[in-house]
Design a binder for this molecule. Structure first.
Ligand code: NDP
Length: 401
């Protein structure tokens, strides 16, 4: 029986709240706080209607204001702060957790607003302070990073003596019927995918141009899709935590229509993150673009098809080479039916709830800053399968990579 403070009230937060409400024996009370309180109220109202869970209070908070966060935490006294606002707020929320001695969990690593740069260095720098305070920070507990990291840990623990080649494959085989929309926060998403690609090979990072490397990969229950090599944040921690890796890459599917829109957006300067003057006021083009694009939280209603995300691994077991594929497929329509949110929010929100459950139940324990692959994967994956994200395995198959 624990109180949890959830920060942010977007699509991912909605799923986190629904899933916490489905486990009142663990999440006895929630405080949902975000920049716009009315969005928190809407989620709380839907959950009361759909699940009859009424133990959600709401509040307005600017998660970049550390004294305000400290005051909120001190008044509610949660056991854990579950951060599903934006990556820009990771450090201020970690500061508030340190000041109040409360566990922290997030789904995306810190990035500074002024530079699209993804690395764990800023958050790993809190290691000693979290250790001394006797609390945990759990980093990257969504699907990717999150479940993909835990799939890798599970493979290393149960099926390999050494893992050598890791390919994380992320397919959204769904169709929301819009000409162009992103599946999570458009600003964060476009910053991520317009960066140069990068992968790890033989101890070095190799950089590629954006969308330079493409392969057609087959995804279970979806079929063949164009898949592009991107840099993704979990590669950094996985290469550190699994030093036997000779190569680690990340692939994501994009349709031609999406890439054409993206190219136009970039070419006309709308993906820019430097301020421009408009009618005497400084605006950031990408933030303005976010305001006119569909809200990812509203995509759910007519979304059909499935996501399929997993890990394709090659390594050694008992002296022999082995291949292994572990994945989850998630139906957008099923996710919407349950939580009124689409599949990408669902696949992120469910693992975030389970990570919080792992900490509160004591399945994951420690003092300091952790990436999720450092914990025991078994209890997490057991609960994941029972909470809407069943997973599947195939051995000694053609990995296509
Ligand atoms: P949304 O944009 O839908 O929601 C973000 C929420 O954060 C909004 O409610 C927003 O408030 C709130 N917010 C923004 N700034 C502040 C602030 N300064 N103080 C308080 N609240 C603030 O995003 P998503 O729900 O799609 O994504 C949430 C997080 O999940 C992101 O960090 C994203 O990177 C991560 N993610 C992780 C994935 C994974 O697999 N690991 C996959 C997908 C997403 P307002 O409503 O006022 O705008």
């Amino acid at each position: 029986m624990s109180k949890v403070l959830i920060i942010g009230a977007g699509g991912v937060s909605r799923v986190v709240c629904y899933k916490c409400a489905a486990h009142p024996e663990i999440f006895s009370e929630l405080l949902l706080a975000s920049r716009t309180q009315s969005k928190c109220d809407e989620i709380a109202k839907d959950i009361a209607t759909d699940l009859g869970y009424t133990a959600i209070k709401t509040a307005a908070i600017d998660a970049e204001d550390v004294p305000a966060l400290i005051a909120l935490i001190e008044s509610f006294k949660p056991a854990l702060v579950l951060h599903v606002a934006l990556p820009y707020q990771d450090l201020t929320i970690m500061d508030a957790c340190l000041a109040t001695g409360v566990h922290y969990l997030d789904t995306a690593n810190y990035e500074p607003k002024e530079e699209a740069k993804f690395e764990y260095s800023w958050q790993w720098a809190y290691q000693d302070r979290f250790k001394e305070k006797g609390i945990m920070a759990v980093l990257g507990c969504g699907f990717d990073p999150g479940v993909t990291s835990i799939f890798t840990a599970y493979a290393a623990k149960h099926h390999f003596d050494e893992i050598h080649y890791l390919d994380i494959v992320d397919c959204n085989g769904g169709d929301h019927g819009k000409a162009f929309a992103t599946n999570f926060n458009p600003e964060i998403n476009i910053r991520e995918i317009t960066q140069k690609g990068r992968y790890y090979e033989n101890g070095a990072w190799i950089e590629t141009e954006p969308f330079e490397i493409k392969k057609v990969l087959n995804y279970p229950n979806v079929g063949a899709r164009d898949s592009y090599l991107l840099y993704h944040e979990e590669l950094e921690s996985l290469c550190k935590n699994f030093p036997t890796l000779k190569r680690a890459r990340f692939w994501m599917t994009f349709g031609q229509e999406y890439l054409t829109h993206l190219r136009v957006i970039q070419n006309i300067g709308m993906a820019g993150i430097e301020p421009v003057m408009y009618e005497g006021r400084a605006i950031i083009p990408l933030q303005f673009l976010k305001a006119v694009l569909p809200d990812p939280g509203e995509l759910g209603e007519n979304y059909v098809g499935e996501t399929s995300i997993g890990c394709r691994i090659r390594g050694i077991k008992d002296g022999k080479e082995r291949t292994y594929y572990i994945w989850n497929n998630c139906s957008h329509a099923q996710a919407f039916k349950e939580t009124r949110a689409q599949g990408v929010s669902y696949t992120t929100g469910v693992p975030a709830m389970i990570g919080a459950m792992m900490v509160l139940r004591g399945d994951w324990q420690g003092k300091g800053v952790y990436n999720v692959e450092e914990f025991n994967p078994d209890p997490f994956l057991e609960v994941l399968a029972k909470n809407g994200l069943p997973w599947h395995e195939a051995f000694d198959v053609d990995l296509e990579l």
